[in-house]
Design a protein around this ligand. Structure first.
Ligand code: ATP
Ligand code: MG
Length: 261
């Protein structure tokens, strides 16, 4: 990965009781790069995201984000610093509208003055109007502006996954972490998602790290891939290198092409 790093993990590891979920994780993602993290169920992929977003503090090792050690950050600080994620199990505010879900992401970014907000001063309404326009603009990435007033919980599954990505983008990240974004999507939604991940990178100039079991998506979009097995990286390389790595084939891809590449 040859672009200057946005994130660098050095000897990262975490234990849960007697279980080592991740160990000796050395990984670098370049600026504007799209990277992939793959491996069998329970390999430690989501744990990496939980460490990067500071849901957990590592048992050992460190993470450098944008040149800064993240050791003392909590989840809110990590998000404010520029790390945003989506979840393997969708986490939206289902009883709020699509627009409101995006606005929640944007409010992280907005600098309200409390008296203005409480007294509903003109400055507050100006900021609200700008936020609504921005939210609609972000929704238009996925052509979802027409769904703005629908309840998030009423959207089809694929649209909920896309909304989660929009909400993450609303926090203005430098690093976007997508945990199985294609899960539950049909093939045409998945190929549209692939285009949109590229479009997001080109438009926002951000880095993306993708966890995904859909190998067409991973191999089609990622510039570099790391493969985890039992909490350890067993291979790193380009899609072509990973596809042909005997250890990866043995541990994950399957000898008889269990997963299509
Ligand atoms: N909070 C926790 N407490 C105890 N064990 C945990 C915790 N979080 C994760 N683990 C364990 O760590 C290991 C890695 O889990 P993780 O969720 O990172 O896997 P994964 O690669 O994302 O798998 P999947 O493809 O099924 O999502 C698993 O054995 C899991 O049970
Ligand atoms: Mg997972």
């Amino acid at each position: 990965m040859d672009k200057p790093p946005v994130i660098e993990c050095i000897g990262l590891g975490i234990d849960f009781g007697g279980l080592t979920a991740l160990d000796d994780f050395n990984f670098t993602l370049g600026r504007t790069e799209i990277g992939g993290l793959i491996g069998p169920n329970g390999a430690g992929k989501t744990t990496v995201f939980n460490l990067l977003t500071k849901v957990y503090q590592p048992s050992r090792g460190k993470m450098i984000f944008d040149g800064k050690d993240t050791q003392n950050m909590n989840t809110v600080q990590a998000n404010k610093a520029g790390i945003a994620r989506t979840f393997q199990n969708i986490r939206l505010f289902k009883k709020l509208t699509v627009l409101e879900n995006v606005l929640i992401g944007l409010h992280n970014e907005m600098d309200y003055r409390l008296p203005g907000a409480v007294l509903r001063l003109p400055s507050y309404w100006r900021a609200e109007k700008i936020a609504r326009e921005r939210a609609l603009e972000l929704l238009s990435i996925f052509d979802m502006q027409g769904m703005a007033s629908m309840l998030a919980g009423s959207l089809p599954y694929g649209a909920q996954r896309r909304l989660e990505i929009v909400r993450a983008l609303a926090t203005n990240p430098a690093l976007l972490l997508l945990d199985e974004p294609a899960a539950g999507m049909n093939p045409s939604e998945t190929s549209e998602l692939m285009e949109n991940i590229r479009k997001i990178r080109d438009t926002f100039q951000i880095s993306t790290l993708l966890i995904e079991h859909d190998m067409n998506l991973v191999m089609g979009i990622c510039e570099g891939i790391a493969v985890l097995n039992y909490g350890r990286i067993i291979a790193k390389g380009t899609p072509e290198e990973i596809k042909n790595d005997p250890q990866v084939i043995e541990a994950y891809l399957g000898k008889k092409g269990r997963k299509e590449c």
